[in-house]
Every structure is written in structure tokens, then in C-alpha cells.
Design a protein around this ligand. Sequence first.
Ligand code: 3HC
Ligand code: NAI
Length: 707
Amino acid sequence: MIQTTDPETETVVVETRDRPDGVRVVTLNNPPVNAISSAMRRQLRDTMLEIDADDSVKGVVLTGAGRAFIAGADIREFGKPNPPGAPSLTAGVHAVEDCNKTVVAAVNGAAAGGGLEVALGCHYRVAGPKARLGLPEVNLGTIPGATGTQRLPRLTGLKSALDMIVSGDLVSAARALELGIIEAIEDDPVEAAAAIALARPPKKLREDDSKIGEIPDGFFDDYKKGMARRWRGFEARFKAVDAVAKIVLPYDEAVEAERAVFRECQGTPEARAMRHVFFSDRQAARHPSIPKDTPAGTVEKAAVLGCGTMGGGIAMNFANAGIPVTVLETSEEALERGLGIIRDNYAGTVSRGRLSQEAMDRRMALITGASDYAELADADIVIEAVFENMDIKKQVFGTLDSVCKDGAVLATNTSTLDVDEIADATSRPEAVVGTHFFSPANVMRLIEIVRGAKTSDETAQTAMKMAPKIGKVGVMCGVCDGFVGNRMLYQYSRQANFLIEEGALPQDVDRVMFEFGLPMGPFAMGDLAGVDVGYLVRQERIKKLGRTNKRESTVADKIYHLGRYGQKTRKGWYDYEPGSRTPKPNAEVTALIEKASADLGIERRDVSDDEILERCLYPLINEGAKLLAEGIAARPLDIDLIWIYGYGFPRYRGGPMHWADEIGPAHVLERLEHYAATRDSDWLEPATLLREVAGQGTTFREWAAAR
Ligand code: 3HC
Ligand code: NAI
């Protein structure tokens, strides 16, 4: 074996092996997924130069060690200076393509970003059956930066390449074959690649424009118009289209332009946010409260109690993942109704062409109705989603305790009740955990996994590991009123309601929040969730906590008393035309708000967009700081994911705590203090932790890292 040693680190990340047939196999080996470090770039270039000069080499196979081919550039090196002497990846790709021996990529696993770019630098490509290929750079807030925008279209044509680059999705080997990215799918891709390396001459993709053809006028502008709605705010995706559009230029110029944009993207707030989310996604699953080696129980059989709004959606998640699920209701009728809604839900997806009838039948067959608790005895996890009432929940958990097998996880979907009190209704509180799904439960990605005082490590681990199996993101938090998400949401909604008393209108607040990047503002969200639901939640809150001496806005109650319940009655904070979800401001609502201000003795004033933004979001951040200090949320990243996956907080802003770090905790504190001193709303005390972080001139991230 010949090894190319990195002069600085001495780590060998590019290994070579000579086969008896004269093929040199170059293996990229940088565990766990062969990310391209500066050492790898240098070693790859040096290896190719060495092969060029070695007449004994008859052909070259490039492959990856372990489960991946190459996961792309090493994201941990982004934003850091390039070590002296390390070539760019573009130079590495060209060194591969310029090799005078035929180089064939044996794509054994994921070829992502720079990984696919290296494969596209090879003269031919063969993939293993499990390979996945794509250019996901936009998911890191950047664009392909090592010739990807110029090479992929030369293989697939412009439209397919744009679809891949803009979505950032990896495609299967089968799809890559259809698209012409690979030559073949082979169980032993190295062997197949070696055969091609010996049989065919080198072929340079950069010299082949045959798939590009005539580009219609306005093609790229039209493409961008088509993605405007879905990718609002994701600037790198639009820059990627512009980079592809450079394909009309001579190749070298286009590649240089691509590289310049790639470099410029590294330092944008979007890129920092997207990198933060990338790593947070992976870190969230490793919660500091669960010891590393804690085993997770299997989840091969599930049960759901209650087949209403949430229970039905929760059951669908299991069926979608191929896990049999038993659903228990109070009566045959309730069960039939619940199962009927699930069936209609699937049928809707089938009619939109997004699910085959066969797949729907398979999923429905995995859902079994039950009326007797005995049928839940062998479930590995039971998720309770019955009415939000403590007495009922306690009774249900008492019964579960007597029928469920040892080791079963007993989970509650409660949104407001005390998980510890529910756990104490059983003789095994260690087996009880909260799994707080978000509505619609079959669509929203988040589960807040609520760890009670007595929840065991194993129970917590089982719930955490279950989440990705059913297509969800599980984020752990502790017990408190509203958990993390709704406790923060409360502060946001509260200020939104004060703002309309002071002079703004619902459409002003909603516009500012939409422009910030949320899918909708608080009033449009109120109409979607139901003004009546919000009213009941407030009533329950008063019952539970008593009337606090904090002032609450009463406008929402007035809207409720007018019978304006939201989209379901086609009038709420807004009016809705039949069949439309587009909110239309209503004069009666405006008059009601103005009268509410007058009744309170508030002289309405112009409320600036900046004030709307700050008053809605800074209290939310402030509450996040309290949750961190109380240990309800262990890390800022947990809060960020809860807001991204549960509430649609713009991913390109990284979540509320990351965004607070970007704008500066000291700035957030200064503005909170300003409003507290100058506005007549019942304001919030800045959190001690916010004062501490702001006072030290650090960030929440640094605070968390130092613990
Ligand atoms: N750089 C640094 N670390 C990486 C990495 C990368 N490109 N890709 C993955 N990792 C790390 C992960 O953070 C994780 O670390 P952890 O164990 O400490 O949490 C570990 O590798 C394993 O990753 P996964 O759990 O994601 O492994 P999977 O096997 O499930 O998935 C994968 C493999 C599909 C390759 C997935 O890791 C992935 O999508 N990676 C990112 C791919 C990407 O975005 N590449 C583009 C980089 S930008 C680029 O290439 C620029 C170029 O155009 C110039
Ligand atoms: P729902 O009223 O739509 O459904 C509750 C279902 O439970 C009904 O079908 C009812 O017949 C059934 N049920 C009642 N008592 C039962 C019992 N003893 N055994 C079996 N089934 C019983 O209520 P929804 O909205 O689905 O809420 C369920 C739970 O999920 C509540 O705890 C709620 O707080 C929580 N939740 C609700 C969210 C929402 O947006 N609706 C969001 C997150 C959590």
C-alpha cells in the first residue's frame, strides 16, 4: 500500500492499493463519512499527480472507506482560514479529471456536495445499491463550490440539475441511473469500476455541452419565480440558480464565478444559521441528561389512546413507518369516526398522487381498532391522547399500569397538564414520559419529549430513539406549564395582543412576522387553530393558575364572543371567502379593536414595524433564557429546534436563541429595557440569564459551551 502523508497532521486520509490488473484503487478514508478536510484535498491532488507520472498504473478507481463515499467538504472547517498549501477542492476535481489514466468513481455510499463533485470529476461513475447522490450545499446556506453547478447540468440537463441543486436532496442510486449521473448500479462497485477503468478512455465532462442545448429566453428567471414561494428567504438557493446560469460562459469563467459566490456565502447569517441547524439536528438526539450507553427499548408494536384530532395523526405516524398500532376509543362510534378521518386523510393523499392505493391499504391494515384495554397488553409504547383533563388522564394511566407489559413506555400527549402528576397515577412513574406532538400530528415534525422527575434513562432513550423511526424530530425538555414551545409562544402572543390595543392592527403584526420568515403571524395562526380553542385554553389557564395580577389583553375574548372562531366559521380575526384560506381584514374587527383601546384609555399611535418585531420576538427569547436557567431546556439548540420544527421559525435564521446570538443578547436586553420603561403594557422582567449573558458580552451558545 502506498500512503500519501499529510505534512502537517501526518494523518493518512487518502490510501492507495495496486491491484494485479494494474488498476490503482484510491480510497478516501476519513471516518465516519469521509468529509473532505484540507488534508484530504492536498493528498488527493498529490495522489493524482503521482498516478499521472506512474506508467505502471493502467486505470484508477476512486472510492470511500466505510459507509459513505464522501460526505462533501468538512463543514467544521467552514468559516476558518484555508491552511497554507491546501489546494481548493476545485483544483482537486480538476486534478482527477486531468489524469491521463481513466478514473472511475465507485460510489459505495453517500456522495454529497463536494463528494459528488469529486465523482463528477471522474471520467465515469458506478454506484452501489445503497448509494445516495446529491448537492446539498444549499442546506448549509451555500452553493456547490467545486464545479458542481457547471458539471451536474452537463450530465442531467439543466432542469434536473436545478431541481437537485435547489432542493438539496440526495437521490437514490436508481434515480441517479435514470438521470444519467451513473453508468450502472453494482453490488461490488469497485470491481465494476475497475473493469470500466481498463476498458474505456478518459472522458472530460467539462468539454461536453451536448446536454445543455439551446436555453430558452427567461429560463432561469422563470425557474426562480417557480421556487419563490417554497424557498422564500433561502437566499443561497436563488444564488445557486444564478451560478448555474453562468453555464453560458466559458467553463473556466463560470467555475470561477461559482467559487466566488461559494466563498461569499460562507460568511452569511444564513450559512451560520443553517450550519447551526445541521449540527443541532444531530446533537439533539444526544441529550446530556441521558447517559451515552443507555439502551433503548424496541418499538415494534404501538398503541394510541383516543382517536381524535391528535390520536389519529399519531397513529398514522406509526403506520407510515410500518409499525403496527392499536387504537383504543371510548365507543365503537368514536372509533369508527376516528378511523374514518384517518382513511379520508390517506385517501386525500392518494387522490393528489402522493401515495399509491396499495401503500394506503398497507398502512390502514397496520391500524387496528380496540375497545378493550387487554388489547394493549403487548404494546411496546402506548401514547395517550384523550381529553385534556387530569382526572381522565389519571384514570387512564391507572388502567394502563394494570394491563401493560413490564418495560412498556407509557406516554402522554398532554399539552398543559403536569406529567409528574400523571406518572404518579401509576406504580411505575419511571416508565412514564411526555410525547408532545404538534398539530397536525401526521405532518408536523416535532415531538417535545417531556422528561418527568421520575422518568428513567431507558424510558427517555426509547422515546428519543422512537422519534426518527416515525419520521419525527424528538427534542427533550423538562416539565413546566406549556413546556418549552408553548411557554415561549405565550409571551409572543401576549405582546401581539398588546400591540393591537396600542395602535397596530392584526394585519400589521402578521405582515411583519411573515416578512421575518414565519409561515404566518399570530392572528392568522389564531384563526387557523381556532379562536374558540384559544379562548378555552385561556379559561383553563385561569382555572389552573388563578387570575394573575399580570394584565391580559381582552380583545381575543371579544372576538370569540362575536362567534368569530376563525377559518372554520370563515370569520375570526379576518374574513375568509368560501374555499379560501386567504385572510381579509374586516372593518368590524378594526372597530372592535379601536373601541377596546378607547375603553382602556389608550390613545392609539403608529406602531413601527421594528417595534412589532422586537416586542413579539424579544420576550420570546427572554422566556427561552428563563427556560435555560431553569434547566427545562438543556441547551439553546434544543429551543431552536423546537421552534423550527414545531412553529415554522425560519430555518435560515437558526431558531430564536441562535438568532438572539446573531443580533446580540446585549441588544435584546437593551430593547427589552427600553420597552419596559416606555410602554404601558404589562412588561416582562428581563431574565437573569439574559442579563448575565448580555453583561458578559457573550452569547447563549458560548454560555452553553462553557457549562
Ligand atoms: N463535514 C463534517 N462533518 C460531517 C459532514 C461534513 N460534510 N457530514 C457529516 N458529518 C458528521 C456529522 O456531523 C456526524 O457527526 P456526529 O456523529 O459527531 O454527530 C457524523 O459525520 C455522521 O453523520 P450522519 O449522522 O449525518 O451520518 P449518516 O450516515 O446518517 O449520513 C450523510 C451521511 C448523508 C453524508 C450526511 O452526513 C450528510 O448529509 N452530510 C452533509 C452533507 C453535506 O451537506 N455536504 C455538503 C458539504 S458543503 C460542500 O461539499 C461544499 C463543496 O461544494 C465545495
Ligand atoms: P380530541 O377531543 O380531538 O380527541 C380526544 C379523543 O379521546 C376523543 O376522540 C375521545 O373520544 C377520546 N377519549 C376520551 N376519553 C377517552 C378514554 N378514556 N379512553 C380512550 N379514548 C378517550 O382531542 P385532541 O385535540 O386530539 O387532544 C388530545 C390530547 O392531545 C389532549 O391531551 C390535548 O391537550 C393534546 N394535544 C392537542 C393538540 C391539538 O392541537 N389539538 C396539540 C398537542 C397536544
